[in-house]
Ligand binder design. Sequence first.
Ligand SMILES: Cc1cc2nc3c(=O)[nH]c(=O)nc-3n(C[C@H](O)[C@H](O)[C@H](O)COP(=O)(O)OP(=O)(O)OC[C@H]3O[C@@H](n4cnc5c(N)ncnc54)[C@H](O)[C@@H]3O)c2cc1C
Length: 399
Amino acid sequence: MEYVKGRPFFCENVSRIKNYPYLSKDKYCDILIIGGGIDGSIANYYLSDKYDVVLVDKGRLGFGCTSCATALLEYQLDDFAKDLLPYMSEKEICMAYKMGLEAVDKIQYLINHYGNTCDFNLRPTFLFSNSIFTKSAIEEEYKFRIKNNFICELFDESNNPFPFSIKSGIFARNGGCEFNPYLFEKLMIENAKNQENIFENTKIDKIENAFLGFVATTNFGEKIYCKKIIISTGFNWEILNTNSLCERFITYSVVTNSLKDFMWFENALVHDAVSPYHYMRLLPGNKIIFGGEDSVYKGKDINENLATKKYVKLTNDLFKLFSNRKDIKIDYSFCGCFGTTPNNLGLIGESKYDDNILLFISCGANGIINAMKGIEVIEDILEHKDNKLIKIFSPKRDC
Ligand SMILES: Cc1cc2nc3c(=O)[nH]c(=O)nc-3n(C[C@H](O)[C@H](O)[C@H](O)COP(=O)(O)OP(=O)(O)OC[C@H]3O[C@@H](n4cnc5c(N)ncnc54)[C@H](O)[C@@H]3O)c2cc1C
């Protein structure tokens, strides 16, 4: 089955910094992490500090959905707070927003420590609508944030600083950041403590219970004996023999040519709140990445004809947004799978299959932010400590 299609912008024109071997003999470890996308690499980075961890990926590290994540890293969630109330209390929603802000700080800390090798920038976020029907929902969301001390401003037609039309929008100056997701994955992988325990081109075909834990068998028959397993296989759940962890969609993106003398207000991360929604940000070299137009993922290969139609629709919508620019051309188009849950948060914690099989699967348009804080949930579970985020991330909740 396919999870990514097209020419993902982020891993093109990047020379590979380091290759990892495939596993060629049996291994013993405390924790086996299956899947080395951005989730698995974050888990591996933090856990290999304290445990004997083996990380395996069936292909090249970072070439799954990570390679096409637009990487708008925002503190807000996909839905308005009012729409999340059936699934989380007001306190929990605020906790999730706060977690987003803390995740941005955590990424910034890593960049300060290791250097900016992944085109990282702090960015404001801008959630807007150009529809009169969504204007009141945006205003309600703004009031919710102000009431709960999240600093933001409300823009409308009268004070709109953006070069496109809006009816209303929430601007949060310290709301987010951006990076190249593939290069951030490399930063996590290459700075992890367990360099000799990272394996590419090593697929896990089977997990079985064994004395004091599990034995995972690779496609070439090697065995990895471990006490715990972390599943970071993204939205590919074949290893768990299920198709129903959460809803899956395909989201589509186009990337433009470099645009001369082009920017918008503070180069904010822009998200619109209509359906189907769109999102965009500026890439190095003043290219726009513009995405959205999600369709349901049917668990089969990605439909090429549908993808082509979606790229045309995105291109036309982008041209309309910046109708005064006649020099916009599309250089890249690609799409990939992502999962969503009713409360917009990832599936992170003990699985319903076995408490020693943990899921670490980031969901929603904000998955990467989830993962940066979600790893603290995994760390606390492993240390038998309480964590107030366990409940809202639990894979055992109703998804
Ligand atoms: C077009 C697009 C735009 C997005 N935009 C954003 C955004 O703006 N912000 C945001 O936060 N998120 C965004 N996302 C979501 C984000 O991409 C995901 O949350 C994130 O990439 C998931 O990472 P992952 O490591 O779980 O999955 P993946 O990167 O897919 O990694 C899973 C890995 O598991 C490996 N694997 C699978 N099965 C096995 C097995 N049996 N044995 C060994 N290895 C296995 C695969 O080879 C793969 O490398 C976007 C997604 C898409 C598709």
